[in-house]
Write a protein that binds this ligand. Sequence first.
Ligand code: NAD
Ligand code: TYD
Length: 339
Amino acid sequence: MKLLITGGAGFIGSNFIYYMQTKYPEYEIVCLDSLTYAGNLTTLSDAIKKENFTFVKGDITDKTLVNELFEKNSFEIVINFAAESHVDRSIEDSGIFLMTNIIGTQVLLDAARKYNIRRFHQVSTDEVYGDLPLERKDLFFTEDTPIKTSSPYAASKASADLLAMAYYRTYKLPITISRCSNNYGPFQFPEKLIPLVISRALADEKIPVYGKGENIRDWLYVEDHCEAIDLIIHHDVVGEVYNIGGHNELANIDVVKGILKSLSKPENLISFVADRLGHDMRYAIDSTKISSRLGWLPTTSFDEGIQRTIEWYLNNRTWWNDIVSGEYKTYFEKMYSER
Ligand code: NAD
Ligand code: TYD
């Protein structure tokens, strides 16, 4: 089996590469990643040691490069993780989000079509559904919930989903789409809530909590997500969308306080700052479809997953210290100084 994994130097893509290398050591894996600020080749240093793994530095919007790559390799499955993924950055400047997330997906879809791949899997997000009100705990996103995006990031991901579905309907391209909730775990870039809190708390730095911290996210341990994608790409049915949730709904403030407690850090590190524009209130996933059809259920409780994540950040300080001391420092000051 030969796989193309795009965005594999980022958080979820790299976890997926390690998951696949362990479970299917015989699979050939090619990773295409342009190494943006969020991509890190150090993350893949163990993966690269394997003979049947190849890293290609390149942009998914580069049609010539993508076509050459497909021409050279007979990929059977393409899994598209490559994206601009941070909502706050999309609010600052949406241009690159449209380029990578929409045009990049289109370039990959066209190549997948031209070279007759067996499956194109698009990694999407629950954010395409917008949000749910805090006071309606009975509501969940299903695969039939209308697309109703809030941020430019979500709009770009929804566009890519619609394109993938259009290629299925129009050209019978064998696509699948998964829409997952907030992931956490090793190798997550420290601009996202959980690694941001861990890294700043360890440095005794203020932790910015948007608004009142009451927004709810459904936290999915990254390995559970990898298992779900593994099941989807090995299941024969195409043209399907699957929601993937962690069954771990928590308010941001509780996530932050829990991490501070685990690290024995004081709650006065918390600093309530101006809310995110258009901030989604609650995400909650109904993953009945993937459970009933593919037998998937998340197996990592939040208590267990967050302890594993905290330990990983404690044991891998060089990985994130290099990030927080570099260009990211300028980003943090720009994004948070006037908040
Ligand atoms: P990430 O930002 O950590 O990694 C993205 C990777 O894509 C990086 O390695 C980056 O270098 C690469 N990349 C960006 N633009 C590229 C381009 N034009 N060409 C080639 N490579 C490019 O993202 P992540 O958190 O690992 O998310 C992976 C996917 O999962 C994304 O599609 C994202 O929308 C989706 N998703 C993430 C979450 C989450 O909680 N992290 C939740 C739902 C969905
Ligand atoms: P984030 O990790 O950016 O993921 P997403 O926006 O995709 O849900 O944010 C998770 C939640 O945490 C979200 O409600 C915004 C909030 N948040 C903060 O309160 N402070 C922060 O510094 C960040 C980055 C996020």
